[in-house]
Write a protein that binds this ligand. Structure first.
Ligand code: CTP
Ligand code: MG
Length: 197
């Protein structure tokens, strides 16, 4: 019987590691963004913008490319990280089931990284679409939508080729809003964003 705490720590790490391409895509869209908005300034039938000026072609494509590149780095790191985690699992006598999911998560196929990045930024667009329909202007906070739109779609897109088990999904849904808040506060401090959300 492995130590429950170490098992949970390894699972937390693996859950976050799985969605790194989506986190990177979402975060780097802020850096690469600017210029022409995806909706080209057009309005929806309710008279408000489709997505708004915060969703740009450069942000979307730059984010997807950076998320994909992060996945390629993960692929290069995979053999080393996998043997490290497997040693950890043996040393602490953790549940052998973790050993399989660890290997499946650590080896990030390029297609999975691409789908996580594309799904993440598609979810970000869906979130903005909903915010505009709720009459929230660009940049106004929408709790839960802002934090969970990208992760839900990232997991949905990648689910078809490389599903993870529900425990990891639960961990991500709980952890992502926390990570998102911290990342945004840091981005605000670094003056990358004008508001801390
Ligand atoms: N960004 C971008 N293109 C994207 C996503 C983000 O250019 N596809 C950039 C924009 O400069 C945006 C910033 O990243 O202002 C922060 O992203 P986000 O918080 O998602 O957008 P908001 O400006 O808050 O707009 P919204 O209210 O629609 O969420
Ligand atoms: Mg925002």
């Amino acid at each position: 019987m492995g130590d429950v705490f170490s098992e949970f720590a390894v699972m937390l790490f693996l859950a976050v590691y799985y969605v790194i391409p989506a986190y990177v895509a979402n975060g780097l869209a802020v850096v690469t963004g600017g210029g022409t908005p995806i909706d080209l300034g057009r309005k929806f039938r309710d008279g408000r913008r489709i997505f708004g000026d915060g969703k740009t072609i450069r942000g979307f494509t730059g984010g997807v490319i950076c998320g994909f590149l992060a996945g390629l780095l993960q692929m290069i790191a995979a053999p080393h990280l996998n043997s490290f985690i497997q040693q950890l699992i043996t040393a602490y006598g953790l549940n052998p089931a973790i050993s399989f999911s660890a290997e499946a998560i650590v080896y990030t196929p390029p297609l999975r990284a691409f789908l996580l990045a594309l799904g993440g930024l598609t979810g970000d667009l869906v979130g903005s679409f909903i915010k505009r329909r709720l009459n929230l202007e660009r940049g106004r906070p929408a709790p839960l939508i802002d934090q969970l739109d990208f992760i839900c779609f990232a997991l949905l897109f990648s689910y078809f080729i490389s599903p993870i088990s529900w425990e990891y999904i639960v961990i991500l849904i709980v952890l992502t809003p926390i990570i998102h808040l911290i990342a945004n506060i840091v981005a605000y401090w670094l003056k990358l964003k004008s508001v801390p959300w």
